[in-house]
Design a protein around this ligand. Structure first.
Ligand code: C2E
Ligand code: CA
Ligand code: CA
Length: 655
């Protein structure tokens, strides 16, 4: 599930980030290209303006070739030239050593700043930075540097705002040029002005470019927005549940983990598995559509009772997942009770029952999926009864689960490696006080865990079906053992094996048992099969048939654990059996010993009338033995005589 969320996240990043990045890269590229365009154009305009100026002042400069002879007239002509033309502003004349000869005004060049402009003829013309107010500087390599912001210089906004009058000054630069001939250096101060009309093409280009850029960026933005919208839509589909229309499990996980990261202060959190009991029966009666409609209605009722920062989801299999906040355990219980009450208002003609597993979130807990599975684990302990029940998860449950996994991992190898051992517990007759039978009980001698009693693994095997293999193994071991004792000339007593109720799920059990025993040619009357009454709850027909066949084949069939749990005398009426094993519960923990004993004697009486033998199990004291002997109970199995023991020990004691 987590990897799915990751994949979706990646998908989102993959699609949006390149678009945003593309937008940024392309807009900056546009901006750079625009800046270069402006810079290059201005440089070009400046260059052309300067060259034009140079050609225009050339005749004036040429006059100085004849300076020595016509000083007066040249000075006059130059002065009037300066007054009349805008290209030249001042002239300053020196000899070749730099001594001033004549000037039109006080303005003089700063000779320290002398540099060359690469586009001017280097042999005759040099240039010097002009006055302070100029907005163009020339660096030592001769490149022009515009001191201020380029857009201020060309004044696009200004031009557009003032209208197109054409004679607005955009750039004004004052530069000195040096004109050197044989005897003199003639410095001319030029006034270079770029008017708005000169920038017409540039402004048009900038505007066009700007429009293109705006259109492009707009297009990009629109597609980005629609992409984001699509992502949202996908998220919505991705995170909604088809049955309830609410959020689904994926959302629950994502949001739940977020909420658990940023928990509210003064609040505790609980992850809850909320299961509708007998939902399958409901669907069988009313159909799946009705079932789904019920789920939706229940969801809507629950949703109303869910606060902000809490979550509700329909998981599957008739169960809801919740993340609730609470202040103390009682408050949480009350809230769930109230929830159950309001859920029961949904169907007027039928009562609904719920099983609720609660995991109270610890400070260090973070992964909601894991926490939810704990809630499920707790809920699974509640059984299938039609009853409302709430259970809190405890650590033991998890330990049990870990154990269960280990058992399941190891069981196949254990069977192959003969780690399961047969122990025998004798059954002693009351009249002669001698061995009259034995029960085979399994023990697991685990290579690392050591001795494991059956109650730690039999229930697990019963759930996962491995019990079928184990019971076969036990039966075969017993058949083998009996065959060996026959061969050794011992007198046999019947040995019973336990037959789990799981065997009755399919037909042919009697034949199956026969085939195992017959491999070793053991007479059937020396094999006893202990069935528990609970097998009766599954398929009565199969059970009755199997028992009948087994007895026809000559096996002894007994009912185990009679009196434990839900025994009913009814089963005795329907099932023809050879032996009734009274459960140890009969003799233990009875509040009134007299009443207990009365029941025992009545049951023994009844069984006798039904032609059954009686075995009393779990007998630990002499008083019990005496009482049972008096009541004519046939056999006694219990620690009073002996605990279950390995076959080798059994052989020493009883063979
Ligand atoms: P069960 O068939 O009712 O077996 C009798 C249990 O009572 C045995 O426990 C036995 O050790 C115990 N017991 C006998 N006498 C006394 C006594 O005087 N006092 C007390 N306190 N206990 C006594 P065990 O061997 O631990 O077996 C427990 C259960 O595990 C068995 O109950 C049976 O249901 C199951 N089981 C054991 N081996 C197998 C097997 O091979 N196959 C199947 N399907 N179930 C088995
Ligand atoms: Ca038994
Ligand atoms: Ca028993």
């Amino acid at each position: 599930m987590n990897s799915k969320i990751e994949r979706i996240k990646k998908l989102k990043k993959k699609r949006i980030w390149p678009s945003i990045l593309g937008l940024v890269v392309i807009s900056s590229l546009f901006a750079i290209v625009l800046a270069i365009l402006v810079e290059v154009s201005i440089y070009d305009m400046f260059k052309r303006k300067t060259l034009t100026n140079m050609s225009q002042i050339k005749p004036m400069v040429d006059m100085f070739e004849d300076y020595e002879n016509n000083k007066e007239s040249i000075q006059e002509q130059v002065n009037s030239y300066i007054d009349e033309t805008s290209e030249a502003e001042a002239v300053w004349v020196t000899d070749l050593d730099g001594n001033k000869i004549w000037a039109t005004s006080d303005k003089m060049p700063n000779l320290d700043n002398k540099v060359s402009l690469d586009f001017l003829d280097k042999n005759i013309v040099h240039i010097v930075i002009a006055e302070e107010e100029t907005n163009i500087a020339v660096n030592v390599d001769g490149d022009i540097v515009f001191r201020d912001n380029i857009f201020d210089k060309i004044g696009i906004v200004k031009i557009l705002k003032d209208g197109w009058s054409g004679d607005k000054e955009i750039i004004r630069a004052k530069i000195w040029t040096i004109n050197e001939d044989n005897n003199l250096k003639v410095y001319v101060l030029q006034d270079i002005v770029i008017y708005s009309q000169d920038c017409f093409m540039l402004v048009m280009a900038v505007v066009l470019f700007g429009i293109m850029m705006a259109i492009f960026i707009l297009y990009y933005l629109i597609s980005l927005i629609s992409l984001i919208k699509n992502m949202r839509r996908i998220s919505k589909i991705l995170y909604s549940d088809v049955i309830t229309g609410g959020n689904n499990w994926l959302y629950f996980e994502k949001k739940g983990n977020k909420l658990l990261k940023r928990r509210l202060k003064n609040k505790y959190y609980a992850v809850i598995h909320f299961k509708i009991r007998k939902f399958r029966s409901f669907c069988t009666c009313f159909g799946v559509n009705e079932g789904n409609a019920l789920v939706e209605q229940l969801y809507n009722v629950m949703k109303k009772q869910i606060e902000r920062k809490e979550l509700l989801v329909y998981k599957d299999n008739a169960s809801f997942g919740l993340l609730l906040t609470y202040t103390d355990e009682q408050q949480l219980r009350d809230r769930i009770d109230a929830l159950i009450v309001s859920l029961n208002e949904v169907l007027s003609n039928m009562k609904l029952y719920f099983a609720v597993g609660i995991y109270t979130v610890d400070k260090k807990d973070s992964d909601i999926e894991q926490l939810y599975s704990n809630a499920v684990l707790a809920c699974d302990k509640l059984g299938e009864e039609a009853e409302n029940k709430i259970i809190f998860y405890d650590v033991e449950m998890n330990k049990r689960r870990v154990w269960e996994r280990k058992v399941e991992d190891d069981m196949d190898a254990a069977l192959a490696n003969h780690e399961f051992q047969v122990y025998l517990q004798p059954k002693i007759s009351t009249n002669k006080e001698e061995l009259a039978g034995a029960e085979a009980l399994v023990r697991w001698i685990h290579p690392t865990e050591g001795f494991i009693p059956p109650n730690k693994f039999i229930p697990i095997f019963e759930r996962n079906g491995f019990i079928l293999k184990l019971d076969d193994y036990m039966l075969e071991e017993i058949a083998k053992q009996q065959a060996q004792w026959i061969e050794q000339g011992h007198n046999l007593v019947p040995i019973s094996v336990n037959v789990s109720r799981a065997h009755f799920a399919k037909d042919g059990l009697a034949e199956h048992i026969c085939s195992i025993v017959d491999k070793y040619k053991v007479p059937h009357q020396f094999i006893e099969l202990e069935l528990t009454e609970s097998a009766f709850f599954d398929d009565k027909e199969i059970l009755i048939n199997t028992v009948r066949k087994l007895r026809e084949y000559g096996f002894i069939v007994s009912m185990d654990d009679f009196g434990a749990g839900y025994s009913s005398l009814n089963s005795l009426k329907e099932l023809q059996l050879d032996v009734l094993k009274l459960d140890a519960d009969f003799f233990r923990g009875v509040e009134s010993v007299d009443r207990g004993m009365l029941i025992v004697s009545e049951v023994i009486d009844l069984a006798k009338k039904l032609n059954m033998k009686i075995v009393a199990e779990g007998i630990e004291s002499r008083e019990q033995v005496e009482f049972l002997t008096e009541q004519e109970c046939d056999l006694i199995q219990g620690y009073f005589y002996s605990k279950p023991m390995p076959i080798s020990e059994f052989e020493v004691k009883y063979r």
